[in-house]
Design a protein around this ligand. Sequence first.
Ligand SMILES: Nc1ncnc2c1ncn2[C@@H]1O[C@H](COP(=O)(O)OP(=O)(O)OP(=O)(O)O)[C@@H](O)[C@H]1O
Ligand SMILES: [Mg+2]
Length: 286
Amino acid sequence: MTNFSITAENLTYHYGDLVAVDHIDFKVEEGEIFGFLGPNGAGKSTSIKMLTGQLRPKEGKATLLGIDVAQRPNRVHQSIGVAFETSNLYEQMTAEENLRFFARLFGVKVDVKALINRVGLENRGSERVEGFSKGMKQRLMVARALVNRPRILFLDEPTDGLDPVSSESIRNLIQETRAGGTTVFLTTHDMFEADKLSDRVAFIDRGKIVAMDKPAILKQQYGKRLIKVEVAGHNGHSEMREVRLDSQETGIALKQIMETEKVITVHSEEATLEDIFIKITGRGLA
Ligand SMILES: Nc1ncnc2c1ncn2[C@@H]1O[C@H](COP(=O)(O)OP(=O)(O)OP(=O)(O)O)[C@@H](O)[C@H]1O
Ligand SMILES: [Mg+2]
């Protein structure tokens, strides 16, 4: 039997008349990294808030490790770590003080220095958070979420607004955390991130899940794979020829180009998750 870390069944939320999350269903297996991908306002944060017990669903239910979140919020909080868009760090405290404070809240013992090192904040632990850069705060927020050694880690836009190097280090941290057996649920509007990190992604648009699968399978299913051949054209300019990979004519078309033109470069191209999102929803992720 599969053990599901997270289940959402008919999960629904509305703010007044605005339906933010519209009857969504999914299951996340233990140890999976599950990416929730959608544009601004799609309902990602509202979903993650219901999953973590910060908002009570208007309909449907969420379970974590088999426990109903709305019914037993305190019980599930022991087993999860949460890092949200808005900082919940104490700016006046040092990084280490923040972590110690949360460890006390959870009633757990934690090697604060080791955790600080793990998120790449070596030697910065005794500095006040108010002097930290955005990337440093994000790392500390992830560290904070790891204090109680959670079985499920929830991250809302963990790399939003970070430079590529900081983003990459957060992604590495997420992968390391999963390697330790933790299930990770993350939201993002960054298709590159969703693709790179997630075992499975769900596309969310206007409160509904419109596709859900492994990134590679979504690409196979919706994507058009191409071979792009750059050939010498007239007057020294190069021209592009495109050949579809998944067609009966592929071989013939390629052979013809190879035999009749002067080929400069050849490369293959596959659809990105963004292309697929646009194909399904008619709009982009930005
Ligand atoms: N507190 C609130 N009161 C009223 N409407 C809200 C509230 N929070 C969110 N909404 C609305 O609910 C919808 C979903 O918002 P949500 O924050 O879940 O989206 P999101 O996918 O997290 O977007 P983003 O990428 O911008 O973080 C939006 O239309 C938003 O305007
Ligand atoms: Mg959000």
